[in-house]
Design a protein around this ligand. Structure first.
Ligand code: GLN
Length: 281
């Protein structure tokens, strides 16, 4: 079979299984199966595929058909400027989270020595992306999941920032000790109702711990704010991603804890996605 025919077959299987991105997914999976770029494939549609590659391709199509995300099949996801290694133990980095990275880098454009704590490191995408841009900054990354920390360490090593990060396996409640200039976090903030209605590709394949934030989705956010009050230096900044419609409640919790709401960033769908708050007392 040539590339054209196998792509048509793959696309049609995915389409029949309600995968909206059937044609690009078929291309990406072919690229993975034969280890050639998508561009190379699309420019050589008459080229033939061998039977070993064909088997491999349909195995991957079969996984995608059951809604497994492409990022988990390929074990990679681009975030900010880099490719991150991911698996089922970490949340696949989301493009919305890049807004947080972008904003932090804008705010601290002229700062050379900043200590940053990432609460809920996951794949490490936030902290690693920031440290790549800021060669003198140092970071601490905490996560409750040791398998997530393992992935974050691998990513930090690949990006050569591992010597500037302290990795700590810990619950938020147990963080203690030093104070930071900046705290970043993309906490689990999905409420119970939202969680039950999540797309199967997310619910069945991504870690619940990384998504579920209690009945109202605010329980981890609340803990982070409480902890940030203690772990931030005066005038330190908390930059945190939040869920749909949570901003007013989050503002209240922040103000109750002595924070000043510095800025809110909206995402590509015009949803308040990230809040930046300064510790003022
Ligand atoms: N910090 C990681 C990310 O933004 C993981 C977040 C999480 O597990 N909730 O992707």
């Amino acid at each position: 079979m040539n590339y054209r025919n196998i792509l048509n077959k793959g696309t049609s299987i995915l389409r029949k299984n309600s995968i909206l991105t059937s044609s690009i997914d078929a291309e990406l999976l072919l690229s993975l199966s034969i280890n050639k770029s998508r561009e190379r494939i699309l420019l050589n549609l008459e080229e033939e595929i061998n039977s070993y590659e064909e088997r491999k391709y349909f195995e991957l199509i079969n996984r995608r058909k059951k809604k497994e995300p492409i990022s988990l099949i390929s074990r990679k996801k681009f975030f900010w400027k880099y490719e991150f290694y991911v698996n089922k133990d970490v949340l696949t980095p989301r493009s919305e989270t890049e807004l947080l990275v972008e904003e932090v880098l804008k705010i601290y454009k002229n700062y050379n020595n900043i200590s940053v704590l990432d609460i809920g490191l996951g794949s490490g995408c936030i902290l690693i992306s920031i440290l790549k841009e800021k060669k003198n900054w140092k970071g601490t990354g905490i996560d409750i999941s040791s398998s997530a920390l393992k992935i974050a360490k691998t990513n930090a090593k690949i990006q050569q920032v591992d010597n500037r990060i302290s990795f700590i396996k810990s619950d938020i409640d147990k963080i203690s000790g030093r104070k930071y200039d900046l705290i970043v976090s993309n906490p689990p903030y999905i409420s119970k109702i939202e969680y039950n209605n999540l797309d199967l590709g997310v619910k069945d394949y991504e870690p619940r711990k990384a998504l579920y934030g209690g009945v109202d989705g605010l329980s981890v956010i609340e803990k982070i704010i409480n902890k940030s009050k203690i772990c931030l230096k005066n005038n330190g900044l908390l930059a945190m991603e939040i869920g749909l419609g949570q901003h007013y409640k989050v503002y209240d919790i922040l103000r109750d804890n002595g924070f000043y709401i510095w800025k809110t960033i909206k995402d590509y769908q015009n949803i308040e996605r990230c809040v930046l708050a300064k510790k003022i007392k």
